[in-house]
Design a protein around this ligand. Structure first.
Ligand SMILES: O=C(O)c1ccccc1NCC(=O)[C@H](O)[C@H](O)COP(=O)(O)O
Length: 214
């Protein structure tokens, strides 16, 4: 089965088209004002409509309230909601039920102890995203371009599919997949030429590398 590839933090039509043309399975749009990838609702709606039918679309939120989620669903109509904050299993279940959307829950990973969160969240989410735990002084909970020890995921078993994330790039994604056998990978910083500025060549290179295309 081919590795599912998600390109996250897209902000322009040309880089979205690059990701789609290169075969990205999922494209992510960030709704987090402190992020250099933060996107407005109108642009997200336009890009999600453009991507529909070519890739699954993901709206990424961080501890969003019901009103914010409702606006995103009404205006942008994503296929997935990615919950990248400190949402509890109960909150994940509540959002999944009320939105009727598939939900991907990000779990911050730094040590083996962090894997203890898997059972509670795999019971309420459609997919898990293992991302590097942010440092205490981080201004955002993701998109930091920093990996965690992939060996922590060696042999991990989950009841729902998972994605590997955090500090991936065209040069390390094949090794990350060799170690983790992750069914999916997700990248943001590693395909950028500057924070929030996606690089089409790096997007293409990442997808090729993730697919094992030399
Ligand atoms: O990308 C962001 O700026 C971001 C901001 C706030 C919460 C989550 C964010 N990104 C989440 C993602 O899914 C990223 O792709 C993931 O954290 C990996 O990022 P990177 O290490 O930069 O590849």
């Amino acid at each position: 089965m081919s590795t599912i590839v998600k390109i996250c933090g897209l902000k322009t039509l040309d880089t979205l088209d690059t990701a789609l043309d290169a075969g990205a399975d999922m494209v992510g749009f960030v709704f987090f004002p402190k992020s250099p990838r933060n996107i407005g609702l109108a642009d997200a709606a336009r890009f999600i409509a453009h991507a529909s039918g070519h890739a699954e679309t993901v709206a990424l939120v961080v501890d969003a309230d019901d009103a914010s989620i409702a606006s995103i669903l009404d205006e942008a109509k994503p296929d997935w909601l990615q919950l990248h904050g400190s949402e509890t299993p109960e909150r994940v279940a509540e959002i999944r039920k009320s939105s009727g959307k598939r939900v991907m829950k990000a779990l911050p990973i730094a040590t083996a102890a962090d894997l203890a969160a898997i059972p509670a969240f795999e019971a309420v989410a459609d997919r898990l995203l293992f991302d590097a735990k942010p440092p205490k002084d981080a201004t955002r909970p993701g998109g930091l371009g920093v990996p965690f020890d992939w060996n922590l995921l060696h042999g991990v078993e989950t009841k729902v599919p998972f994605m590997l994330s955090g500090g991936l790039d065209p040069d390390n994604v094949a090794e990350a997949l060799r170690i983790t056998h992750a069914p999916g990978v997700d990248v943001s910083s590693g395909v950028e030429r500057a924070p929030g500025e996606k690089d089409p060549d790096r997007i293409r290179a990442f997808i090729r590398a993730a697919r094992g295309v030399t």
